[in-house]
Write a protein that binds this ligand. Structure first.
Ligand SMILES: [Zn+2]
Length: 296
């Protein structure tokens, strides 16, 4: 485990999600999760009430090829990128990335030989070993913002890239966020969904939140309303404590937080490192935070 100055970690935690709040309680203590921990098998009752949509053929970039080699079980080098909104921000809000920059970053990932993989495949590799591309990456989006559908999705489709949406359960019908039909369109193209709590509360806040509801019920609601499997959880603002971690372990196969590393392993299965991509980053800066930033 590398040593990171506390200020670096605090910078990450401040960057979690809008709105910003103090990061006093959020230093990610690495959960001491035994590698062999198995969760009770969970077979959600999935009722898909949506009309069928046109199936989209898997695109080559994210499909296994003979060049993919078994990685894991155990540690896997796989950066997980975190985006929120794709578009212009007059205030240079760090939760936005412009369309131009987003496209340049996807192009750079392609040029540098990355293959975006589903989160479920990363977990499978960590737990039992699975064929992975040489330079895997997971592209995640928090909050379910509509610009993921209108801006990021078409660009990623051009590159054959898949992602994962961490959705807030009570926002599926809210203005400015993706609706069920749009989320399904992404799922048909190979994207996955995870839970980002019921209402995006800071789960470490002291004011008596119903953590069970935020963590466990949000999964059930999302699965019921979307008819899609929800395997992983994203802590709002990247914040957790022992009680939150304990519920995440009981209700999910893994959970994602914030952090500067790209080596994912059993020690951080419930706080997988994710790198928030900032508004002001050019491609060179983007590359400087990745394990590989030259052509293979
Ligand atoms: Zn969020």
């Amino acid at each position: 485990m590398k040593y990171f100055h506390p200020l670096i970690l605090i910078c990450y935690l401040l960057a979690a999600c809008v709105p910003q709040q103090a990061a006093s309680t959020s230093i990610p203590d690495i959960p001491n999760t035994p590698a062999t921990q198995t969760l009770p098998a969970r077979t959600p009752t999935i009722v898909n009430t949506l009309p069928p949509t046109e199936p989209v053929q898997p695109t080559p970039a994210s499909s296994p090829t003979p060049a993919w080699k078994i990685q894991g079980p155990g540690a896997v080098i796989c950066p997980i990128l975190l985006y929120h909104r794709i578009g212009e921000s007059p205030t240079r809000n760090e939760y936005y990335v412009t369309v131009e920059n987003f496209r340049a970053q996807m192009q750079a990932l392609k040029d540098w030989g990355y293959t975006p993989i589903p989160m479920s495949l990363l977990l499978q590799a960590m737990r039992e070993g699975a064929p992975l591309p040489e330079r895997p990456v997971v592209i995640s989006f928090d909050d379910g913002d509509i610009t993921v559908y209108t801006e990021a999705f078409p660009i990623m489709q051009e590159f054959g890239f898949v992602g994962i949406n961490y959705l807030v359960a009570n926002r599926l019908t809210a203005d400015g966020f993706m609706n069920r039909q749009q989320i399904h369109e992404l799922a048909d193209a190979g994207w996955e969904v995870g839970s980002h709590s019921y209402d995006h509360s800071d789960l470490t806040a002291p004011e008596g939140l119903d953590l069970q509801f935020q963590i466990s019920e949000s999964r059930r609601l999302l699965e019921e309303q979307l008819g899609l499997p929800v395997q992983t959880f994203a802590y709002p603002f990247g914040r957790q404590n022992e009680g939150v971690l304990s519920l995440a372990r009981r209700n999910y196969e893994a959970a994602v937080g914030l952090g500067p590393l790209f080596k994912q392993d059993a020690n951080n299965l419930y706080y997988l490192w994710r790198r928030p991509v900032k508004y002001e980053w050019d491609v060179q800066t983007f590359g400087s935070f990745l394990p590989w930033n030259t052509a293979p």
